[in-house]
Design a protein around this ligand. Sequence first.
Ligand code: TRP
Length: 465
Amino acid sequence: MKNSREQWGSRLGFILAASGSAVGLGNIWKYPHMAGQNGGAAFTVVYLLCILIVGLPILLGELAIGRKTQLSPVGAFNKLSNLSNWKWVGFLGVASAFVILSFYGVVGGWTLKYTLFALSGGFDSLSGSPDLSGQIFSEFIGSSLQPIFWQLIFMSFCMGIIIKGVKSGIEGGAKIMMPLILIILGLLVFKGLSLEGGKKGLEFLFKPKFSDLNPSSIVMALGHAFFTLSLGMGTMITYGSYLDEKQNLFTSAIWIILLDTFIAMLAGTAIFTIVFAMGADPSAGAGLIFVVLPTIFPQIGGGAVWGTLFFFILFMAALTSAISILEVITAYFIDEKGWSRNKATLLFGGIISLVGVFCSLSLGEFNITALLNISFFDFLDELSSKYMLPIGGALTALFILSKWSVKTFLVELLIGIKELKIEKSLLISILQILLIVSSLVVGLIIINELFDLLFNQSLQKMAGF
Ligand code: TRP
């Protein structure tokens, strides 16, 4: 079976696929409003530091584990730890993938619906009325059939790509979608900057406002650094497992980080220049994209086209991330159970779609977690982004530190690097420190969340901030 394992067709293809996983709703929807509200450039500086200190070492770790073993997470941890309990970190990854894709697919469906809504000129009737827009959006997501219909279409796209395999499916898709995302975002930025008053948006996003930066924004920046690079559930282990020995993992990781960050900033620029030029409310937070933007696109020249393009990139960004989530599950059944790609994709894509149906319904009348006082949708979102992913990431760092050893990790990293300008022992110490810091920091975030959950009291509050 090993010999028939697929590999990426080219280095560029791999970088586009991995950054396709990283670039998702987190970049276009979450980053802009988080940065805007938490100190602009001050937040971005903290976020970049978190990416370099916490994100980079774990990203490198995941890629190296995948390439070394040529296996997806469960098999990879099993192989490197001689069948010990570390394999549960792999299982945790597969479980996280299952949980995340269930609700990610629902939001993916919304992006499709809104692309067509914009295309049909439907935003015209919402022009300048955020209340009406908000009402239409909540009616849509709370209704039973419509969002499920779009979710199932989104999931079919996702399964269609995964069935085609690594090279023609995932890589082929990323090679088309990632350049399109960049080009269209570039056009939107251009449009936004050309609008009168648009430049004020740049100030909102990029001017450092250190007074708005508080401890909770730092925790937020940390969590986001982690989420945006798709770490903690073995996505990058899986994608790394399709790499061959010639690649320089370090420069690939830097490329992934640069593309991910660049796209988040482009998205923020496009959104806030348009929001400010039209005098809309920049602090609308999470509702900014689906509620506020549809009310302002009709007010700019060619608004239907710009609105359609915007939601279309949101759809593509969600799709390139969703496929990387499904691939973690598919690869597990192929590697460990010897299933065919078709069987694994269709069966688990189908089951996840079914769980997604309950997520979607939970925003309306039928909520299976009603007893917990939270919608099933939010339950899965919180469970994964607050607990499962950080725990998975911290355990990956601990695995490298305590089982695999930083030395062997470095040997894997150095393959493909022709010339080394730093002492090896120094590199080992740097990696060691970074991994210890990232597992501690991520551990702290998890403890903080648990405190918040159990005692409704976060550590920052207790420390008197
Ligand atoms: N990185 C994605 C985003 O920014 C979200 C995400 C988190 C993800 N973990 C993932 C995507 C794992 C794929 C796989 O939206």
